[in-house]
Design a protein around this ligand. Structure first.
Ligand code: ADP
Length: 492
């Protein structure tokens, strides 16, 4: 189905979507319980409701995934898995207008942003399709008497629980599931309760692409469904993206069967502007790094460190860029910032803004809900300057459009302060000095450092956290490894 995104009516769009649980290749009702409502955060209106999967539904899905792992799926050649992934890519590409519209209405991201996700989804799917045929072990020469033949086999890790957040609903499905399929795993997907719709579309497209029954199962539901996946004794691996506190619960739950985990958790990324930077470009990036997706990005550049001699002028430039950003109806192609995902998140962000005031930071712009958009969960992009490292807004992940600005004098000082966060996901640095780029880039304790840009992503480039931002890498060949295990085989 191809649609005109400018003329969408919520009810019409919802009517054609699958709303049940996808288990073993069938759409099924949840075993019990009230359905789960999902709302359009731009208007507050209920879009519709989907099945509320509970732990018992997860158990059924895990059984299906286990059977599928041991079934015909295991016999497919790498090339056949590649063909399925390429077919899935074609179906998703054809339906991307619909996917973008669904995510825009379900989570509030501007339509230009969700439509731009088409390119990344295609790159991811086709990259991992290619990876399916490159998986290989090694032959090794041991020193054991008799010179046995030794090789390593790379085997799929097994049944994967994929637990996703709401900040990039469809993109997260692709990012987690395509490499799992390339590796030969089977999957139970539990999307975020705030944004379940496009995950159901993903399940539908998998069926259309000929993914065998039980290989991809989709159970919409809340935290109890996610918790069951994390503790389930027959799930071999959980791949989770979400908050650090939920990540900690998953680590504890995984102890039941020593599950393998990949965790992509919170962030409080430093964005460092040296006085020799290209200030015009850095100012545009400084605003975009934190305000894109209304700040709902784990690697958002939320701590802006500006060298003292350019501090005041640069903060004015970032403020001017910020005030150009157009908030509004996310379906309007002119809109750059939509609402936050729901009123809970809006209240949480407003709570942090109140703390910024109370702890003595200086509000430079924003700081409130725009009155003309009162029906939705909008918060104006907000900048605080004179923030000190111990303030709450300097330390905690806000996951909303709030920038904290800090003044620094020297490179050593800023590295120490940037690294003082318990998180270590991303960092940005602007300088025209190649030596500074290398020395600060190496000293930052984060999984990614962007120098003279911010937030570039590529399927071939690993992404993930240091410290409490998690472990494991997504993208790149490292991602496929997350879904494989190594068997050493000795033939005497
Ligand atoms: P947020 O607080 O930003 O909503 P969460 O980390 O709580 O983010 O949610 C991310 C995903 O984790 C969602 O799919 C959610 O349902 C799921 N989830 C919530 N609680 C748990 C839990 N205890 N175990 C596993 N998954 C959970």
């Amino acid at each position: 189905m191809s649609i005109q995104v400018t003329s969408i009516k919520t009810q019409e769009l919802f009517r054609d979507l699958p709303k049940k649980l996808l288990i073993d290749g069938d759409w099924r009702d949840a075993q019990a319980g009230e359905p789960l409502e999902t709302r359009n955060p731009a208007t507050g209106a209920v879009i519709g409701s989907v099945a509320r999967g509970r732990p018992g539904d997860i158990d059924l899905a895990v059984d299906a995934a286990r059977r599928a792992l041991n079934g015909p799926w295991a016999k497919l050649t790498p090339f056949e898995r590649q063909e399925i992934l390429l077919g899935l890519a074609d179906i998703i590409e054809k339906n991307y207008d619909l996917i973008a519209a669904v995510d825009t209405m379900d989570m509030g991201a501007p339509i230009t942003r969700t439509l731009a996700g088409r390119r990344r989804a295609m790159q991811l799917l086709r990259y991992y399709a290619g990876q399916a045929t490159t998986i290989h072990g090694e032959t090794l020469r041991s020193s054991v008497a008799g010179d046995p033949f030794v090789c390593t086999l790379k085997e799929p890790i097994g049944v994967v629980g994929a637990i996703t957040p709401w900040n990039a609903p469809f993109g997260m499905c692709v990012w987690k599931i395509a490499p799992a399929l390339a590796a030969g795993c089977t999957v139970v997907l539990k999307p975020a309760e705030q944004t379940p719709l496009s995950a159901l579309l993903f399940g539908q497209f998998c069926l259309e692409a000929g993914v065998p029954p039980g290989v991809v199962n989709v159970v919409t539901g809340e935290g109890d469904a996610g918790a069951r996946l994390a503790e389930h004794p027959d799930v071999d691996k959980v791949s989770f993206t979400g908050s650090t506190s939920t990540g900690q619960k998953i680590v504890r739950a995984s102890a039941s069967n020593i599950k393998k985990l990949s965790l992509e958790l919170g962030g409080k990324s430093a964005h460092i502007i040296m006085s020799d930077a290209d200030l015009e470009k850095a100012a545009v990036a400084g605003a975009a790094a934190v305000f894109n997706n209304s700040g709902q990005i784990c690697s958002a550049g939320t701590r802006l460190f500006v060298q003292a001699e350019i501090h005041d002028a640069f903060v004015d430039m970032v403020k001017a860029e910020t005030e150009k950003l157009k908030l509004g109806d996310p379906l309007d192609p002119g809109t750059q910032l939509g609402p936050l995902v729901d009123t809970n998140q809006m209240e949480r962000v407003l709570g942090y803004i109140a703390k910024g005031h109370a702890e003595g930071a200086t509000l430079r712009t924003g700081g409130e809900r725009p009155q003309e958009l009162a029906q939705g969960s909008f918060v104006a992009p907000t900048i605080f300057s004179n923030v000190t490292d111990d303030m709450t807004i300097a330390r905690e992940e806000i996951f909303g459009p709030v920038l904290s600005v800090f003044r620094f004098e020297t490179a050593d000082e800023v590295v120490g302060r940037a690294n003082s966060s318990e998180y270590g996901l991303g960092a940005g640095l602007w300088t025209q000095n190649i030596g500074t780029a290398h020395s600060i880039g190496r000293a930052l304790r984060t999984g990614t450092v962007w120098i003279n840009s911010y937030q570039s992503m590529d399927p071939a480039v690993p992404f993930g956290g240091y410290k409490m931002s998690g472990y494991g890498r997504e993208s790149g060949s490292a991602h496929i490894e997350e879904y494989l295990q190594t068997k050493s085989m000795w033939i005497a």
